[in-house]
Each structure stands twice: as structure tokens, then as C-alpha cells.
Design a protein around this ligand. Structure first.
Ligand SMILES: C[S@@+](CC[C@H](N)C(=O)[O-])C[C@H]1O[C@@H](n2cnc3c(N)ncnc32)[C@H](O)[C@@H]1O
Length: 210
């Protein structure tokens, strides 16, 4: 991660307000739809301020929310308390998850693999903590399919790293998921409304550990 970044306290304090419009129109409904059939033991990676918390169905019997940033974690704890949802909050990054092999039935990443410093290592670690057949559900903004926009993403990346606290607008995250040994079951490419065009191409879907 670059050393020059907006302060974590500021990022955490403004995150929900900055995303409110897009969450209401798009993010919230798509998160709910994606997570609706989850069950059993579930780990979320980089849970941030807890945008997914309200969408986990009752069939999720164990919910573990990992988040390495203490400011985001504080917001996450606040949201959990307000929701009444039981969950374990763990201060850990994707690259080093403090769980035994095969612990979880499913893992969730939403808008996280853009920021994890070594996404390939992070996804391999997620695979490790899933049982065989375990699912990875994802919503990630990705490298554009259009050469000109991809070039803009490459050019803007250094600045966006600062503004988005390590966020990369130009990653081919589906290739990273496949490269870590997942089989992709469903993937939809979408255009997210109300955000800049260099981060509005996203993938929503699911994969499983063979
Ligand atoms: C753009 S926010 C997304 C938060 C949340 N998942 C959501 O959907 O709103 C990116 C999150 O990734 C977290 N993060 C940064 N580095 C990480 C890492 N190495 N492993 C896991 N999460 C990380 C950040 O602290 C931040 O909470």
C-alpha cells in the first residue's frame, strides 16, 4: 500500500455517507440478493463499516467479520450493536486469516480485492479457510473491458490509491479468483450507477472451492 493515503479515521467516518446514494439504488438490493441463500458458517473479508450486516439471512449460523482497519472496525461494531446481529469481529487481513483449513461453508468479499495489497495471496488464503465445495461470493469493481477506459484506470491508479486508501481501479479480479483455484459458477458484469466511470464496471457472482 502507498504510504500517502487519506487518514483512516476520515475514510471510516465518511465511507457510509459517500456511498449512501449508490447503496440505496444499487448496492443494497444487490448485496441482499447475493447473500440471500447463504447458510452455515460464513466469513466476510474486509467487512468495512458493515454494509452487508443487515443482509445476512438467519440460516447463517456462524458469522465472522474480518476487518484489518481499526477505524472501520469501530464503525462495524457500532452497526452490529444497532442491528442486534450476532457476529464475531476479527482484526485480520485477507493475506493471513486466523482460522483452520476448511473452517467455513462460504466467504464473502465486497469491494475488497481492489484494496488487498496482494490479491492473489489473499484469495488463496480465502480458499484455504473454505471447506471443499465452499463458496466465495463477490462484488468487486474491476479492470475495464474497454481498452481506453482501462488505460484511464492505469493512469489514475496512483491518485486513486491515495483517495481510496489503497484501492486499485484497474485489477482483473475474476482472473485472480480463477488463478487461486476457484471455479466460477456465476458472474454478471454490471455498470454501477452514480460513481465515476473508471470504477463503475463491476462483477457480481459466486465461485466454489473444488
Ligand atoms: C472499499 S472498503 C469495502 C468495505 C465493505 N466490504 C463494503 O462492501 O462496503 C475496503 C475494505 O477493505 C479493507 N482492507 C484493506 N486491506 C485489507 C486486507 N489486506 N485484507 C482485508 N481487507 C482489507 C479496508 O480496511 C476496507 O474496510
Amino acid at each position: 500500500m502507498p504510504t500517502l493515503m487519506v487518514p483512516g479515521r476520515f475514510f471510516a467516518a465518511t465511507y457510509d455517507k459517500m456511498n449512501a446514494a449508490v447503496e440505496e439504488e444499487f448496492g443494497g438490493p444487490r448485496r441482499r440478493e447475493l447473500l440471500a441463500d447463504l447458510e452455515g458458517a460464513v466469513v466476510e473479508i474486509g467487512a468495512g463499516t458493515g454494509a452487508n450486516v443487515e443482509h445476512y439471512p438467519p440460516a447463517v449460523s456462524r458469522l465472522v467479520l474480518t476487518e484489518p482497519d481499526k477505524h472501520m472496525r469501530a464503525k462495524l461494531e457500532e452497526k452490529l450493536d444497532a442491528s442486534g446481529r450476532a457476529a464475531e469481529v476479527v482484526g485480520a487481513g485477507a493475506q493471513s486469516l486466523p482460522f483452520e483449513d476448511g473452517t467455513f461453508d462460504a466467504a464473502v468479499v465486497t469491494l475488497v480485492l481492489c484494496t488487498v495489497p496482494d490479491p492473489a495471496a489473499g484469495v488463496r488464503e480465502i480458499r484455504r479457510v473454505l471447506r471443499p465445495g465452499g463458496r466465495l461470493l463477490f462484488v468487486e469493481h474491476v479492470r475495464s473491458e474497454h481498452a481506453r477506459t482501462a488505460r484511464v484506470q492505469d493512469l489514475i491508479r496512483p491518485l486513486w490509491n491515495v483517495v481510496g486508501r489503497g484501492c486499485h481501479p484497474n485489477r482483473d479480479t475474476l482472473a485472480t479468483i480463477r488463478g487461486a483455484g476457484f471455479e466460477v459458477d456465476d458472474v454478471e458484469r454490471v455498470i454501477v450507477p452514480k460513481i465515476p466511470s473508471f470504477v463503475h464496471e463491476a462483477i457480481i457472482g459466486s465461485a466454489h472451492r473444488p
